[in-house]
Design a protein around this ligand. Structure first.
Ligand code: BG6
Ligand code: MG
Length: 233
């Protein structure tokens, strides 16, 4: 059974995805996959990259090889996973606070100030080092990343574990996501889903904002106080 702490009863806990929500690392994942695709002799477009958002590294490589119609031995598959990650790590090596997306810190500060429980729910195995680099680790009460989950988004596992770690029920939680698979994972968990990005792409979300600069304090207040439906401009 879940225990009900007064704090989590009053304010709805918020779960943030990392890549493409907190930091603009989605572009580096894309560059690294495109490099591998080009080495294997085919193109990989930004449109195709949408399918990779929120999806585990292993699943991404499977999709990439499908796109390029490339057959791989287990040894090649494992090597390309390592190669992609090493390339990705080289892009994020010198990452700092300047790569935090606009108004993310403002929103985190605001929520933290009100004692809103905050968690990270990311598919990435690189999530913790990235949060350390951009100095946002202290904001989070719970971190769930690619090292904690067996099932990739749209499976709700990552967000369900985050709810558990915050000692709250899934339906209390609010998820901020930029990926279609991530919005589906939040919906599958029975949580409120907030899409960050393109409204058409993220049409399954309960609410969509282009970025955090579009989210008003009034909206955040209503959201974390559990308002059922909030009108947005
Ligand atoms: C997600 C990204 O956050 O993490 C995906 O949106 C990525 O594109 C996945 O594939 C896994 O990341 P990593 O860092 O473990 O390769
Ligand atoms: Mg993301």
């Amino acid at each position: 059974m879940f225990s009900m702490k007064p704090k989590t009863q009053n304010l709805k806990p918020c779960i943030f995805d990392l890549d493409g929500v907190i930091v603009d690392t989605a572009k580096y994942h894309y560059l690294a996959w495109r490099k591998l695709a080009n080495e294997l002799g085919f193109e990989f477009t930004k449109e195709q990259n949408e399918l990779f958002k929120g999806v585990s590294r292993k699943r991404c490589l499977e999709i990439l090889l499908d796109i390029g119609k490339v057959e791989a031995t287990q040894e090649q598959f494992d090597r390309w996973m390592v190669e992609k990650n090493e390339d990705y790590l080289s892009y994020i090596e010198d990452m700092d606070e300047s790569e935090i997306l606009p108004d993310v810190v403002k929103v985190l500060e605001y929520l933290k100030d009100k004692n809103t429980p905050l968690a990270l729910g990311s598919a990435s195995k690189n999530a913790k080092p990235i949060l350390e680099k951009v100095k946002l680790l202290p904001y989070f009460d719970a971190i769930v990343d690619g090292t904690d989950v067996a099932k990739a988004k749209p499976d709700p596992e990552v967000f369900l574990i985050a709810a558990q770690k915050m000692d709250t029920r899934p339906e209390n939680c609010i998820v901020f996501e930029d990926a279609v698979a991530g919005i589906q994972a939040a919906n599958n968990a029975g949580m409120t889903s907030i899409g960050i990005g393109d409204a058409k792409t993220l049409s399954e979300a309960d609410y969509v904002f282009k970025d955090f600069t579009e989210i008003s304090v009034e909206f955040l207040n209503k959201l974390t106080n559990g308002a059922k439906s909030i009108s947005t401009p």
